[in-house]
Design a protein around this ligand. Structure first.
Ligand SMILES: Cc1ncc(COP(=O)(O)OP(=O)(O)O)c(N)n1
Ligand SMILES: Cc1ncsc1CCOP(=O)(O)O
Ligand SMILES: [Mg+2]
Length: 212
């Protein structure tokens, strides 16, 4: 896959027991609405089902030329040949992920409300750093709440794209982009909407025209 610029809507799959065909269709609708990166995030299903789901999503994303990132599970990302992995505080080090997935892989790291974690992630070979939750999130209600100014500080001090996450809507997302976010990562605002393509489009339109 050609290298995708890490800018725009980053759609994260809902952690719900949806039929696989529905999930694949929903991801297709998000891509039609302009999603630039998809993350498979699943805390529910057992390993075999996660493998089946991630494989089907990877095939869908490949058709569209959109990268698929696997949340948490480096070994699944390696096994499938996914485009990358997103690592949180309980996951392997970015160096280990880079070694397993290779130079071209997209390796994202959660930095919560801490610039120091972002600096460490950059030094360890990450591709992007993620901050949040910027707003209350029903997906992750107990997440820490940084100030959007953290994105401005990250732009000055960390030479990597920044992803903002958590309770982001088409109404509050523009302020995060203005503060320095390169990508908006969204679950509910995309996948819990009646028209997923229109919802994704509303986020896509927050970004400069040349990125969509
Ligand atoms: C793009 C992006 N940013 C942050 C997260 C959160 O990761 P983590 O803190 O490991 O929490 P879980 O998503 O695993 O519950 C993410 N997944 N993606
Ligand atoms: C995984 C994660 N990490 C911080 S907030 C969040 C959930 C984002 O989901 P939503 O877009 O539904 O608030
Ligand atoms: Mg995680």
């Amino acid at each position: 896959m050609t290298k995708t610029p890490l800018q725009g809507l980053y759609a994260i799959t809902p952690d719900a027991p949806l039929p696989l065909a529905t999930l694949v269709d929903q991801v297709g609708a998000a891509i039609t609405g302009g999603a630039r990166v998809i993350q498979y995030r699943d805390k529910t299903h057992p390993p075999d089902e996660r493998r089946r789901r991630a494989g089907a999503l990877l095939a869908r994303c490949r058709v569209a030329g959109v990268p698929l990132i696997v949340n948490d599970d480096l070994e699944l990302a390696v096994e499938l040949g996914a485009d990358g992995v997103h690592l949180g505080r309980d996951d392997p080090d970015p160096n280990a992920a880079r070694e397993r997935l290779g130079e071209a892989a997209i390796i994202g790291v959660s930095c919560y409300d801490q610039l120091a974690l972002a600096e460490a992630a950059a030094a360890a070979g990450a591709s992007y750093v993620a901050f949040g939750s910027f707003f209350p999130s029903t997906t992750k209600p107990k997440a820490v709440r940084p100030d959007p100014g953290l994105l401005t500080e990250a732009r000055r001090r960390v030479a990597l794209p920044s992803v903002a996450i958590g309770g982001i809507t088409p109404h509050n997302g523009g302020a995060l982009i203005a503060a320095g976010a390169d990508m908006l990562a969204v679950v509910t605002g995309v996948f819990a909407q009646a028209d997923i393509t229109a919802a994704a489009r509303a986020y896509t339109n927050l970004f400069p025209k040349e990125t969509h």
